[in-house]
Write a protein that binds this ligand. Sequence first.
Ligand SMILES: [Zn+2]
Length: 175
Amino acid sequence: MPRKARGTSPPSDAGAQYRVGIGYDSHRFALGRPLTLGGILIPSEVGLDGHSDADAICHAITDAILGAAGMGDIGEMFPDTDPANKGRDSIGMLEAAVRRLTAAGYKVGQIDVSVITEAPRLSPYREKIRARLASALGIDSSNVSVKGKTNEGMGWIGRKEGLACIAIATLKGNQ
Ligand SMILES: [Zn+2]
């Protein structure tokens, strides 16, 4: 009987299929609009313009998880030509995308988000945003990371014309 080499035993999740997706979103700042990021209303003089509530964190994450599953993108799932999507709650869109993934046998593993904006600072709201996203995604908030960073004053983000979000997601399942 061959001796088993040390360190070759498979990890406990051997056979699990991991998939990775990326999402990007940007919105223009506008006066008289709410600033909602990751489902949390953030006090700010300017909000984000858009067809829905313009929650760029939720939009980027929705694209990342749909992308990881090879299920298209948020624009296909919720076309902005459909009046039903005007002013739509983006946490609700994210939850609908999670339901679609779950039905296909996937589970969200982990999310990492970078929000690139000169203002406002996100750190006071970070824990609230993580908790809100975790609840929508059906995962523990330890698996949701939200980071804020500036663009060092450069370009359209530097001129405070708007903000951008980049999200990456891992999915497990659907073997
Ligand atoms: Zn968006």
